[in-house]
Design a binder for this molecule. Structure first.
Ligand code: NAD
Length: 354
């Protein structure tokens, strides 16, 4: 056990279970909402429309314009739609992009925010909001950003395509791995992180074998919830820093970037955070970086940054950026060590033990 520590529980209400969408109207009543604006991406407009028809007069309308990186201009449009519809609450149905829009709106207009989570990104239970204006991304962290209620209904994830399920699941595992060695970790977040990794490691191969296996989908949502709680409770380190740096610089797909970098950042930090990572290392056969790489390979996950269009020259720029304003990390970083870490990630080779 590591003392001293601070533990503060995060007050969100989560409802789990296949079919729990039928409880949506009751949950909105608990929040005091009478007319909600429903948010989605254009791709999930059908889900949003179905949800609106399920709750009848509780739906004030659908805004299906959510997009990646939460641009301020889209938030302004959605807030105008909220006012025009006379709404008093926000329902986000989707993944991190839609949830980001809901967070940005409720941060500004203070309306209650309920999320129906349909990916494994974990944003629905964090106090973190990333938004962009003129291509510049800023991040705000405040307890008021955390949505009040989350519904996890595995029925809504049955159609999440396998590649997205795999990358999103690995994105979630990255939150838990970094949570295990976070400077401000505590025994409760560590318990959650290990349980989250266990649940996702077990669920993802079952989802590949049977994408409509409701138990496997439910287990994956359970793991991703715990990963999200960990992300929303402690600070993140080198892995998230590198994903943000590369992702922001080159506009890379979010979940895939996490999936590719995770084995390499884990291998790098395993040296310095050996004890904190021990339960995760055991789950991956005694070699965390190598084990994660083998797991990702077996899942058919993207392995090489090169396949996302990244070049060796891009890595040099990313390494420059990463050492400029580093997040706290259990192992000291230098430009050379970042290049040692990123080069196998560029090519998708198995990370060596550092
Ligand atoms: P996403 O929300 O961008 O979704 C990707 C696509 O998949 C979208 O078109 C979406 O509509 C579709 N989709 C979602 N669920 C589906 C389902 N069940 N079936 C079919 N299609 C579905 O992807 P994401 O990975 O969940 O979110 C990524 C974004 O979230 C990034 O911008 C990232 O920065 C942010 N994020 C934020 C936090 C936070 O705490 N603030 C945490 C994690 C991720």
């Amino acid at each position: 056990m590591t003392f001293p520590f601070v533990y503060q529980s995060a007050p969100s209400r989560v409802i789990f279970g296949a079919g729990c969408m039928t409880q949506l109207a009751d949950e909105l009543e608990i929040l005091g909402c009478k007319r909600v604006l429903i948010l989605s991406t254009p791709f999930q407009k059908g889900d949003a429309d179905r949800l609106a028809s399920d709750i009848g007069p509780l739906a004030a309308g659908v805004f299906a314009g959510a997009t990646m990186h939460t641009p301020l201009a889209v938030t302004d449009q959605a807030l105008a739609a909220f006012d025009a519809a006379g709404a008093d609450g926000i329902v986000s149905i989707g993944g991190g992009s839609t949830i980001g829009l809901g967070k940005a709106m409720s941060w500004r207009n203070k309306a209650p925010h309920l999320v129906v989570a349909t990916t494994y990104a974990g944003s629905e239970v964090t106090d973190i909001l990333g938004q962009t204006e003129n291509g510049v991304k800023t991040t705000i962290r405040n307890p008021a950003i955390r949505p009040e209620t989350v519904l996890y209904d595995a029925n809504l994830t049955l159609g999440l395509p396998i590649p997205m399920s795999v990358s999103s699941g690995l994105n979630a595992i990255a939150h838990a791995i970094e949570g295990l060695y976070a400077q401000d970790r505590n025994p409760v977040t560590s318990l959650m992180a290990v349980e989250a990794i266990r649940a996702l490691k077990d669920a993802l191969p079952r989802i590949i074998n049977a994408p409509r296996d409701i138990d496997a989908r439910s287990d994956a949502l359970y793991g991703s919830w715990l990963c999200g709680v960990v992300l929303g409770s402690v600070g993140m380190s080198l892995h998230h820093k590198l994903c943000h740096t590369l992702g922001g610089m080159l506009n890379l797909p979010h979940a895939e970037t996490h999936a590719i970098l995770l084995p390499h950042t884990a291998a790098f930090n395993a040296v310095a955070a050996h004890d904190a990572l021990a339960p995760a290392t055991a789950l991956f056969g005694g070699d965390l970086g190598g084990g994660l790489h083998d797991f990702a390979t077996a899942l058919g996950a993207p392995l090489a940054l090169r396949d996302l269009g990244v070049t060796a020259a891009d890595l040099e720029k990313a390494a420059d950026q990463a050492v400029k304003n580093p997040y706290w990390n259990p192992r000291d970083i230098t430009r050379a060590s970042i290049m040692d870490l990123l080069t196998p990630a560029l090519n998708g080779t198995r990370p060596r033990a550092f």
